[in-house]
Unconditional design. Structure first.
Length: 566
């Protein structure tokens, strides 16, 4: 059943915490979730790979973590103090296990509200929540993926927050827009999260579209074509220094702060910026002399992304975005801190990742209804005025063919979507009318004459019968049929073009108004080597259908302890 654009709900612009929280790898713009009854606040990061709400519980603050642990970890959630908590059990977290992250979570159902108390944030009941203790995930997180969670088996998938928003008609579509924010820009520019749409004020009109992949752990795969850098103040006619020129398939993932690349490329960074590799912490550190020099030069590093259709996009990141300070728990000794570059050596190609540091300068839009995502450079005006746009679902009933759909065009293409659609529908109508006229005025009289003469050849009769069946069975081009033909055309265009640059802003052109339990052990299990998760090949020419509840769900988690009954 379709709905009209005017009847669709507006997107949800999620407010930040206004704080900059430290996960040991740097300072990040966080968001607020309230969990339980009565509600308990936690400041969390955004996880583009996750699909659940994770908050730190009391067992995550042992004595050695210091007296400020509760604040440093974004706040503590107490299971015992929530009257609405329904226990699921103790399970492994699984997320980012291919990068060596480990930990267990006390899972349960509880209410989740977005934003601070009395801020008007949306509330959903019976959401999957995990209580964290392991230091690998120092801050909690809010997951954006719509994929359901599974515990023990695949027979009882639990829908995600985003799916529930859509199913309860609280957002217009299964989509979101996000950028991490930038502590180093102006007076600390906060992050931005919009559910069911995006904030057009935060990114440039030049952008590239990619297919969403059905591997839920590797949704946002892009081709990283090259990495170059240019010292600040150097003439643009000077050739930039190349740090990487061999194309890699990399994942964009805000859950982790780092950029994971092959060792040889990391070595190029080390040589260019005077970085020193610390094998015990696995960090690239910077001595005070180089730190001062790089801060003064502030070179820019350009990451060139490409889709399989050949469209490219440059994300230019200033050195200031990489000028981070490592503290506990990234550094084991909590009394120390070190300037470092957020670069990690990848053990294999499944670890190639552009983490949160990349999303300081890039805006990411995910549209699960169309199985695609968009990457765009952030813009930095002196002041920001929210410009929230809705992403209209394909099922919406609208008289404007381009309204609410992704206007996929090749670069420099000037043909508007309306003209293309009109041409296709008109062409189909002309063909149908021509065939009907031929059948009625030419073939039918001749066929009757041939039958009366009794001298028709079998081969030609068979050919004619096929033609007759095709024409007679073809429905007239009524309005509903025209839409079906148009859908087929759009799908063909997707497959032919794969992913192409979206022309102009807004992308989807319809503006909408803004509107710890006792006895549980949550310590990390021993670290085991995990099997490689092979990425979906980039040779795929078309997006993969988005997941449905009960389809394409995550593999069941491993239960690591007994839990109470639900």
């Amino acid at each position: 059943m379709t709905s009209t654009v005017s009847s669709l709900p507006t997107p949800i612009s999620v407010s930040t915490s206004q704080a900059w929280d430290n996960d040991g790898a740097g300072l990040w713009s966080t968001f607020v979730v309230q969990v339980g009854t009565p509600a308990q606040d936690s400041r969390v990061i955004i996880s583009t790979a996750g699909d659940e709400t994770w908050v730190v519980v009391g067992q995550g603050c042992i004595q050695s973590y210091g007296s400020n642990c509760a604040f440093n970890r974004g706040g503590i959630f107490s299971v015992e103090n929530s009257t609405s908590w329904v226990d699921i059990g103790l399970f492994s977290l699984e997320l980012e296990s291919n990068l060596g992250y480990t930990g267990n979570g006390q899972f349960g159902y509880d209410s989740v509200t977005l934003g601070y108390p009395n801020s008007g944030g949306i509330t959903l009941q019976k959401q999957v929540v995990a209580g964290l203790a392991a230091p690998d995930f120092w801050l909690g997180s809010f997951g954006l993926d719509p994929t359901p969670s599974n515990f023990t088996n695949l027979n009882d998938p639990q829908p995600s927050f985003l799916w529930n928003l859509v199913n309860e008609s609280l957002v217009p579509s299964t989509s979101w827009g996000y950028t991490a924010g930038a502590y180093y820009r102006y007076d600390k520019v906060q992050g931005s999260l919009t559910l069911g749409g995006y904030d057009a004020s935060r990114f440039d009109s030049k952008n590239v579209t990619f297919p969403l992949y059905n591997d839920v752990s590797r949704r946002y795969l892009v081709d990283l074509r090259s990495i170059t850098y240019m010292p600040a103040g150097v003439s643009t006619v000077t050739n930039p220094t190349t740090l990487m020129s061999e194309t890699l398939s990399v994942l964009i993932d805000s859950t982790v702060p780092y950029i994971y690349l092959p060792t040889e490329i990391c070595d190029e960074f080390a040589s260019a910026f005077g970085l020193e590799y610390n094998s015990s912490t696995e960090l690239y550190t910077i001595n005070s002399t180089m730190h001062t020099s790089l801060g003064n030069m502030n070179p820019s590093i350009t990451f060139t992304l490409a889709n399989t259709g050949g469209d490219t996009l440059d994300i230019v990141i200033p050195y200031a975005a990489f000028d981070l300070t490592a503290t506990f728990p990234v550094l084991p000794d909590g009394s120390n801190s070190s300037a470092y570059f957020p670069l990690k050596r990848a053990a294999n190609d499944t670890q190639y990742t552009l983490g949160r540091v990349f999303l300081q300068e890039a805006y990411l839009i995910a549209d699960f209804d169309r199985s695609q995502f968009v990457v765009a450079p952030c813009v930095w005006p002196p002041t920001f005025t929210e410009d929230i746009k809705a992403i209209i679902p394909p099922s919406a009933n609208t008289t404007n063919p381009g309204n609410g759909t992704v206007n996929i065009t090749k670069k420099h293409s000037s043909a508007p979507v309306g003209a293309i659609v009109g041409g296709v529908v008109g062409g189909l109508a002309v063909i149908a009318i021509t065939l009907i006229a031929y059948w009625y005025f030419i073939w039918k009289p001749n066929h009757r004459k041939l039958q009366s003469d009794g001298d028709e050849e079998p081969a030609s009769a068979a050919d004619t019968a096929q033609t007759t069946t095709y024409v007679q069975d073809k429905p007239e081009l009524a309005a509903d049929n025209a839409r079906a033909e148009l859908t087929a055309y759009e799908e063909a265009e997707k497959k032919r073009r794969a992913e192409a640059e979206i022309d102009g802003t807004p992308i989807w052109g319809h503006e909408m108004p803004s509107p710890d339990p006792a006895g549980r052990e949550l310590e990390s299990p021993p670290l085991f080597e995990m099997p490689a998760r092979e990425p979906v090949g980039n040779e795929m020419a078309s997006p993969i259908p988005s997941p449905k509840i009960g389809e394409g769900t995550r593999i069941p988690r491993k239960q690591v302890g007994e839990g109470t009954s639900r």
